[in-house]
Design a protein around this ligand. Structure first.
Ligand code: 5GP
Length: 197
């Protein structure tokens, strides 16, 4: 069995990544969503072990020391990290892994594993991003402004990504991400692995 590939999906908070990913995963047993650990408090409706592993800062530090993270980063006052073990288990089981992570973490993964494919999701406009962040109704005005500042900085780094998807319509964004994933599997290096098995 050929190993799965890892795909990073980055994009500013509020861009609609969760909705796009929810659609992408429908009926896809061949995909694995990496559940990150975070020190952020759960939002309404978020479940421990489903959306994130919600842990405290001390536990997060212990995991850093135990080298349990493939990458980790601080984002607007909280820590987020990708547990290495489950990513590797899923890839070894032939599944493609999706990492929903911000740009500093994406850089760390690509330094360690250059074969990782990076996809950036952008909003159709800044006004629309602000509108989406406000309509979520979960963050204070101060946090929203911090997330907008961070979003602008993230967009500056988007040219190092392999692909750029604009989330104007969820359906179109899902179609584009699926096409990117399929095309990556059609690269000669990937297909030749199957032949040499
Ligand atoms: P939120 O608080 O809105 O769920 O996530 C904030 C940001 O953290 C998002 O850009 C999300 O992609 C990113 N993020 C979530 N999990 C991880 C992770 O494990 N590592 C890194 N580096 N970023 C993450």
């Amino acid at each position: 069995m050929t190993k799965g590939k890892t795909f990073i999906i980055s994009g500013p908070s509020g861009v609609g990544k969760s909705t796009v990913l929810k659609e992408l995963f429908k009926g896809r047993e061949d995909l694995y969503f990496s559940i990150s650990a975070t020190t952020r408090a759960p939002r309404e409706g978020e479940q421990d072990g489903v959306h994130y592993h919600f842990i405290d800062v001390q536990h997060f530090q212990e995991l850093i020391e135990a080298d349990a993270f493939l990458e980790y980063a601080e984002y607007v006052g909280n820590f987020y990290g990708t547990p290495k073990k489950y990513v590797d288990q899923a890839m070894n089981a032939g599944k493609d892994v999706i990492l929903d992570i911000e740009v500093q973490g994406a850089l760390q993964v690509c330094n360690k594993r250059p074969e990782t494919v990076r996809i950036f999701i952008a909003p159709p406009s800044w006004d629309e991003l602000e509108r989406r962040l406000k309509s979520r109704g979960t963050d204070s005005e101060e946090k929203i402004q911090k997330r907008l500042v961070r979003a602008k900085a993230e967009l500056q780094t988007a040219d190092v990504y392999d692909y750029f998807v604009i989330n104007d319509s969820v359906e179109q964004a899902v179609r584009e991400i699926s096409a990117i994933m399929l095309a990556e599997h059609c690269k000669p290096a990937e297909r030749m692995k199957i032949l040499s098995e």
